[in-house]
Design a protein around this ligand. Structure first.
Ligand code: FAD
Length: 464
């Protein structure tokens, strides 16, 4: 993270939300000597009585891993990370076919248990004198004139006021801090709900504790308008997620058709016959597990003067189809530390300048990953089924091997590199044009003119 600089750290930073971004940000700040007060509405998840969070496991890529490394936590996280080398596509007939993610076996993403990752971050926070965490404290409202944040305390049903100088909101997509900031300033918030919802199901380990699917792949059952996916857990179980429109339409199925058990089973047997025998609690899970909402939140401003900043999902919630929400939130945390180091070294911290710099660096990138995540839904549920897509992937990887550092598939730029998302998007557009041109009339790599490829790549792409 570059050189350490002497900064004035006499005031406490108050962070709202001890989820992914909040806890990592608090750790990074405290490791560099800042005093941090972290507030979380839920009980301490390590005490076992916290409500279940969204999605049991997550995909982590290079951006998230880099941020964890910056906090000295990567080695620990690696003890519960499962590498996934590609998508295992399940056809309606039950055939499985691996589509590698990267150009070779070194390029993998990792399945990580969300709760364990959160616990690992909280354990790191516990070890830091400068950091205090208060669980069961839900931000309720803010008095911006007196700089007092009011919290509801679930333990004694009381309320406390906490005086702050600087607030950082990492309280997720429904951010109470964002809502309060909007009463003072126009943040230019747009919220776009996706018609698709999701339901989690699970595949337990086999009789002898063995995994019933290949654990080193992200399993996908792409069915055009909807899909089922599965990621492995450390105990050899799999967490499955069914993504389906909330309402059926002329050309798509919907959760509203699946309110009763025989209908649920019929649907699963029709589209995911090979998965059904592996999900013994299908009926109970369909009944008990809620249908989750998905959407995109964008903000044109992430901060209010020197007083408050929002990052992570609070500033840019995205749909989960690129597996980048946590990665992007962690990248915000690293970016904030970089801004702090670069701005006014040695002097008093001008928080307005720091926040404004962070916003400038991150907004275009947050918008780019939001767009790419939406595009990836179409890719995962539909495009991956077509031979044309497979040929395109094959060509991308071949071009990467022939032109290292120049041509890198957009998926790889997002998952295995840290170049800004907006730049990945821009390069991706140029590369898509090159692929279109090379694949005109081609039905295999033998039909591709690699001399033209070299000319186009040299002409249109510089090094990453
Ligand atoms: P959160 O993790 O939501 O944390 C917010 C915290 O704030 C919580 O602890 C909450 O309790 C607390 N809080 C909320 N309100 C208050 C309040 N008023 N007062 C105090 N505390 C409060 N991302 C990936 O990178 N890879 C994936 O594979 C992936 N898969 C996903 C699958 C699904 C189905 C979904 C829904 C999301 C997925 N994501 C994934 C996205 C990821 O979960 C989010 O982007 C990430 O959790 C955002 O982190 P955050 O810290 O900003 O917010």
């Amino acid at each position: 993270m570059g050189k350490r600089v002497n900064m004035q750290k006499d005031s406490t930073i108050t962070i709202i939300g001890a989820g992914m971004a909040g806890t990592l940000q608090a750790v990074l700040l405290a490791q560099r000597g800042f005093r941090v007060s972290l507030f979380e509405r839920n009980p301490d998840p390590r005490k076992g009585d916290a409500p279940a969070g969204r999605s049991v496991n997550l995909a982590l890529g290079e951006r998230g891993r880099f941020a964890l490394d910056a906090a000295g936590l990567l080695e620990k996280v690696d003890t519960f990370s499962i590498p996934m080398r590609g998508r295992m596509l399940h056809s309606p007939e039950g055939e499985q076919r691996l589509q590698p993610y990267g150009k070779d076996d070194t390029e993998v993403i990792y399945s990580v248990h969300r709760a364990r990752l959160n616990e690992c971050l909280l354990d790191a926070a516990d070890g830091l004198e400068e950091l205090s965490i208060r669980f069961n404290h839900q931000l309720d409202r803010i008095d911006w004139d007196t700089n007092q944040a009011w919290f509801k305390c679930s333990e004694d049903s009381g309320e406390i006021a906490h005086g702050f100088k600087v607030l950082i909101g990492t309280d997720g997509a429904g951010s109470a801090l964002r809502r309060s900031m909007q009463t003072q300033a126009d943040l230019g918030v747009s919220e776009e709900l996706l018609e698709t919802g999701y339901k989690e199901l699970s595949i337990p380990p086999g009789e002898n504790g063995e995994p019933l699917l290949d654990p080193n792949a992200l399993h996908v059952w792409p069915r055009g308008g909807f899909m089922l996916i599965g990621l492995a857990n450390m105990d050899n179980s799999f967490t499955m997620t069914l993504f389906l429109d909330n309402h059926a339409s002329d050309n798509n199925r919907g959760f509203d058709e699946l309110e009763n058990w025989p209908a649920q089973l019929d649907f699963m047997n029709e589209y995911f016959a090979d998965a059904v025998p592996l999900i013994p609690d299908l009926e109970r899970e369909f009944k008990q597990n809620p249908i989750g909402l998905l959407g995109t939140i964008r903000c044109k401003k992430w901060h209010m003067d020197s007083k408050a900043l929002i990052i992570g999902d609070a500033a840019h919630a995205i749909v989960p189809f690129h597996g980048q929400g946590v990665n992007a939130a962690f990248e915000d945390c690293v970016a904030l530390m970089e801004c702090l180091q670069e701005i006014e070294p040695g002097g008093e911290i001008n928080w307005k300048e720091v926040f404004s710099e962070l916003q400038d660096r991150r907004i275009a990138n947050a918008n780019a990953i939001a767009d790419m995540a939406l595009e990836n839904y179409e890719i995962m549920r539909e495009s991956v089924r077509h031979e044309g897509f497979l040929l395109r992937k094959e060509l991308e990887h071949e071009l990467e091997r022939r032109h290292p550092g120049h041509f890198i598939a957009r998926y790889s730029l997002v998952m295995f590199h840290r170049i800004p998302y907006a730049e990945a998007y821009r390069r991706g557009e140029i590369q898509a044009g090159i692929l279109d041109e090379l694949l005109k009339g081609a039905s295999s790599l033998d039909d591709v003119d690699f001399e033209t490829a070299a000319r186009l790549i040299n002409h249109k792409l510089n090094t990453v």
